[in-house]
Design a protein around this ligand. Structure first.
Ligand SMILES: [Cu+2]
Length: 461
């Protein structure tokens, strides 16, 4: 293989060598400086041979980490995608002479500017520009200056080696921290089903929300909360939802409960626009709704989801009825939007019920008298299954994504330990607690219970 012998064959996305392509002049200069008295006795041909050998050595090193120590010049390809910069982070050794080959691969105009450094011109889709950052001695973050794009996640962080990979940048959750005084959990009680025609207005707006003790994030919301409000009705009910976009970028909504042609009602509307999404609920379940604007992974990852609960016609009254939406947190900087790179890697910082780390462990759900409990669960994703379990309370009823898996009175006398849901699924469980006490609930995927997917149900006398 000859791939290591030419600078031109270094990885195209991140070349560790000098100028992009045609690096021979820089390599030749290196040769000139290094030849010293040796060259006195060499012919021109000899110089060229030596140059080729040295270029080959430099090129070989450009493909491995040795270049980070040996080569202080580096050119990195950077893509401005719509509402994202790829890569979002570039790590270099201190003292690197860094050049960015910035290309707008999105559909709208973007630029890249550093607060104490250079900036590209406003780049049309498809165009690119070399951006010389000079010799990098400290980390810094640049962004797209188009209004709203930085908030949407278009940032690029230069990290200088010796600094921690992400700690200097992203917020972190302290699992032992407790909420501030006056903390109020999101009410988990299922709202009443209301009239047969549900008129709902959902304002899309960016809001800074507390997602764990001492940690805030700039979330993209339906109605100002994450998850968005829970809608509740019966089979046959009509929902007339007015979506109003009060945010700075395009958004949309997709109701899994609706049987509709998506084209019109699920279209993206721009800032200041509104649409009316009308549907009749034909089926029972706990359905997800979410923003369906690209890149969906970021619109969901930043909080744009909620639940629509459509009662099965045969439901019996219960003593307590709750809704839990499971979702993931991909923390960006404190007070900033989520980290799109973590979203794409599927590495959440937390898995939570109703938008907050260990929310109902801090503020338990209660059943005032011993009686039957129904808990609706929706998995909003992005990537984690929810393996819903209540300690000490096997489920005699499980309704999973549209049908009963377990029902009381079944001759099998079976019961379920968990309600297992994939992203985009929902259902409910029922059980009668054995007596007063504290019943922990969790996602039984322990890695997720360990990162925020827990709570407590208190059964009082
Ligand atoms: Cu959106």
């Amino acid at each position: 293989m000859t791939s290591g012998t030419s600078p031109d064959r270094a990885a195209p996305a991140e070349s560790a060598d000098a100028a992009p392509r045609g690096a021979a002049p820089a390599g030749a200069r290196t040769v000139d400086r290094g030849r010293g008295p040796l060259l006195v006795s060499l012919s021109i041909v000899g110089v060229l041979v030596l140059a080729v050998v040295l270029i080959a050595v430099v090129g070989r090193h450009s493909g491995d980490r040795g270049a980070d120590r040996a080569g202080p010049r580096r050119t990195v390809a950077v893509h401005l995608v719509d509402m994202d910069i790829v890569p979002a982070t570039i790590g270099v050794p201190r003292g690197t002479r860094l050049t960015l080959q910035v290309t707008n691969t999105g559909a709208v105009r973007h630029d890249l500017a550093f607060p104490h450094g250079p900036a590209t011109r406003m780049l049309n889709p498809g165009s690119s520009q070399l951006l010389d950052l000079g010799t990098v001695t400290a980390g810094e973050t640049g962004w797209c200056t188009v209004p709203g794009h930085k908030q949407a996640g278009m940032t690029l962080t230069i990290q200088v080696s010796g600094q921690p990979a992400t700690a200097a940048h992203d917020a972190t959750i302290d699992p032992d921290a407790v909420p501030a005084r006056g903390f109020r959990a999101r009410p988990a009680t299922l709202p009443p089903a209301g009239p047969r025609v549900h008129r709902v207005t959902l304002h899309v707006r960016d809001r800074t929300l507390t997602v764990a003790p001492g940690v805030t994030q700039r979330m993209w919301t339906f109605g100002g909360t994450v998850p968005g409000p829970t809608l509740h009705g019966r089979v046959g009910d009509t929902f007339v939802v007015t979506l109003v976009n009060d945010a700075g970028m395009g958004h949309s909504i997709d109701f899994h409960a609706s049987s509709v042609a998506p084209d019109r009602v699920m279209r993206t509307i721009g800032p200041g626009q509104r649409l009316v999404y009308r549907f009749t609920a034909r089926h029972a379940s706990a359905f997800l709704y979410h923003c369906a604007t690209a890149p969906m992974i970021e619109h969901l990852g930043n909080g744009m989801y909620g639940a629509v609960v459509i009662d099965a016609p045969d439901l019996r009254p219960v003593a307590a009825e709750y809704v839990l939406v499971g979702s993931e947190l991909y923390l960006g900087p404190e007070g900033g939007t989520g980290d799109a790179t973590k979203m794409r890697r599927g590495t959440p910082d937390a898995v939570v019920f109703n938008g907050y780390y260990d929310q109902y462990r801090h503020a338990p759900l209660t059943v005032k008298r011993q009686g039957r409990v129904r808990i609706w669960v929706v998995d909003a994703g992005l990537t984690r299954p929810i393996d819903f379990h209540v300690v000490g309370a096997p489920f005699d009823t499980v309704f999973s994504d549209g049908g009963y898996l377990v029902r009381p009175g079944d001759r099998s006398r079976g019961a379920a330990q968990v309600l297992a849901l994939q992203p985009g699924q929902g259902g409910f469980v029922e059980f009668t607690p054995a007596g007063p006490g504290h019943y922990p609930f969790l996602s039984h995927l322990m890695i997720d219970a360990d990162r925020g997917a827990t709570g407590t149900l208190i059964v009082t006398r």
